[in-house]
Design a protein around this ligand. Structure first.
Ligand SMILES: [Mn+2]
Length: 311
């Protein structure tokens, strides 16, 4: 085996216990308070926080790994939202970049706030989130939270801080609905969506009605709206088998394998294609925490997934 070997770990969402079990299975050991592996590095795909029962413990496992060089971690939409929640709005006194007036915003962030609100730890954790890159391009593999998109990445790259981080100025623009920076960060951290035709809609996992569906941006082509859409089975059959409307955001991907999280997958872990692997299998709910053990291959394999349900 040449070069480095990586374990790409899915969205933890505060499930520290599942993470500890997974690190054990992967052969990591805790040395002077830091989990490390003699031959491998971990990469977290983001969404460390929200939902689960052990928010700070999760941070206190991952952050020392990142700071010691035993792991890297990209920014997930939940870390992005946490920064926006904590950042005063520059133009609207008393407001924040993510509105605290909306009950759903607080509800989504409640497990995290319950552990840190009104403590200095909150500020420290947010300051650390601001150091997380939007994506990692390691040459032989690439990692992003939700969607690899060369067009948005090349457009935003020159505005980013060191190590592909969001600057304070970009945080403001990324929180302004309709701004291109908002669109770019949404794409990378939440994926791409298309509006469904003919008034089709469905209810998502949180019960919200959706008129737009996530796109399988990893698809080899976009010739069928039904086959390139991540809608629930109940509505999928009603989505017509027509090509997607022309969309400059959607181009067949060229490059090394891409790892990502975000999609709350279920069932046994499988690569999307030999070039794409999602490592989010709903650990934030009742699913296992999943890792992909990468050993240098350019064609990803199902046999390389490792999971822990915390038992
Ligand atoms: Mn996510």
């Amino acid at each position: 085996m040449s070069g480095e070997a990586f374990d790409i770990i899915g969205d933890v969402h505060g499930q520290a216990w599942k993470l500890l079990c997974l690190l054990e299975i992967l052969g990591y050991r805790r040395i002077d308070g830091v989990w490390e592996h003699p031959e491998r590095k971990a990469i977290f795909v983001g969404d460390l926080i929200d939902r689960g029962p052990r928010q700070l413990e999760t941070i206190n496992i991952v952050r020392p790994m990142v700071e010691s060089g035993s792991a890297q971690c990209v920014l997930g939409n939940h870390e992005f939202n946490a920064i926006a929640w904590a950042t005063p709005h520059p133009e609207e006194p008393g407001e924040h970049l993510r509105s605290r007036r909306r009950a759903s915003n607080r509800a989504q962030h409640e497990a995290f706030l319950a552990e840190v609100e009104n403590t200095s730890t909150h500020d420290e954790v947010i300051a650390w989130f601001k150091t997380l890159p939007l994506w990692l391009d390691l040459g032989a593999i690439r990692v992003v939270h939700a969607c690899w998109n060369d067009a948005y990445m090349s457009r935003i790259k020159s505005h980013l801080g060191p190590n592909n981080t969001l600057t304070d100025d970009l945080m403001v623009l990324a929180s302004r609905d309709g701004h291109w920076v908002f669109e770019a960060v949404e794409a990378l951290c939440k994926g791409l969506e298309v509006i469904l035709p003919d008034d089709l809609s469905f209810h998502d996992k949180d019960g919200h009605q959706r008129r737009a569906a996530r796109v399988k941006w990893w698809a080899p082509d976009f010739s069928s709206l039904r086959n390139s859409t991540l809608a629930p089975g109940s509505v999928l059959a009603d989505i017509p088998n027509i090509p997607l409307p022309p969309d400059p955001r959607l181009k067949p991907y060229e490059g090394p394998p891409v790892f990502f999280g975000h999609y709350w997958r279920t069932g046994s872990p499988e690569v999307m294609t030999g070039k794409f692997a999602c490592v989010d299998y709903s650990a934030g709910k009742d699913g296992p925490l999943v890792a992909y053990r990468w050993e240098g291959e350019s064609e990803l394999k199902n046999a390389h997934f490792v999971s822990s349900d915390g038992s």
